[in-house]
Write a protein that binds this ligand. Sequence first.
Ligand code: FES
Length: 383
Amino acid sequence: MQLPQPPVVAKPNVGLPLWLLAEVTYRCPLQCPYCSNPLDFAAQGRELTTAQWFKVMAEAREMGAAQIGFSGGEPLVRQDLAELIREARRLGYYTNLITSGIGLTEARIAEFKEAGLDHIQISFQASDEQVNNLLAGSKKAFAQKLAMAKAVKAHGYPMVLNFVTHRHNIDRIDQIIDLCLALEADFVELATCQFYGWAERNRAGLLPTRAQLERAEGITNEYRARLKAENHPCKLIFVTPDYYEERPKACMDGWAKLFLTITPDGTALPCHGARQMPIAFPNVKEQDLRHIWYDSFGFNVYRGYDWMPEPCRSCDEKEKDYGGCRCQAFMLTGDARNADPVCAKSPHHDLILAARQEAETATQRIEDLQFRNERNSRLIAKA
Ligand code: FES
């Protein structure tokens, strides 16, 4: 099928929003304590309608967007999800569904397939039912995820699994990988928790120790070597948390360079973590995307290099990492212009060292974590 290719008119020195993350809802049946949604998600405005999402997708596509990720919350709670997928495909997007699998059924997978969905990623909380369900806040979550992972593959999709690892499950990395292999997964992302949103709030109870992390990476590498020797198709991706790096990541590949996030109420963000910043980000209900991407304050404020103070301003690595993550700099130092404290050159790097130290002696149990749910969110929003 020949897909429509709209004309792309770019502005010099500004990238194209190639990747559109459509956070279609903050509603979610689970309550993972490491969710990256904002703490006050329950107090956010009304969700965009189907027609409003159609407009966003069309405008972004005209500006060059090529991939769309339907995410949340749990995108499956939107009854119009198949309609959104169908329209995205009609516009020519490569379409991804990022889901917990809760709310998925054989019939819905078939419906999404028929609507043109290209890719499904299912997330798990743990390899063992009890820990998984405790973290998810649901007694049925694990069994449902297993069934849906198999069903996704049976419908001809590659099986792409995402395990968020942290101090409560990372010691079972071998069991996690064994489970993925038993499920015949094609790609497995073993992503150590990154600390945004609820994860940041629960950081002391989630950050693994260095020894835990090194052991997990070592075991993953042994599996990788074994799988390669067997010519096994499963690919294992291991993501280290920033907190054990000495240089920051080039977050989002640079501020407002490539990624565009639209939140459930239509707020446009350069990344999913930016909502917490004291910036009045624009809303697609009030402005068109072209104006938002090219002309709004929120999207221009950290573009390029002129905003950088020292040590980033004169750093010879600034074109590689852009000073790291603006959201992390804001969360940890109160000023998003600062170098990401993950960087060993940052005057705030001691905050990262202290967090690592704290991980060595932390005693929090899973039950002590603050779970992401409406009640807790409303309490936080009120405080
Ligand atoms: Fe927002 Fe890194 S998550 S810039």
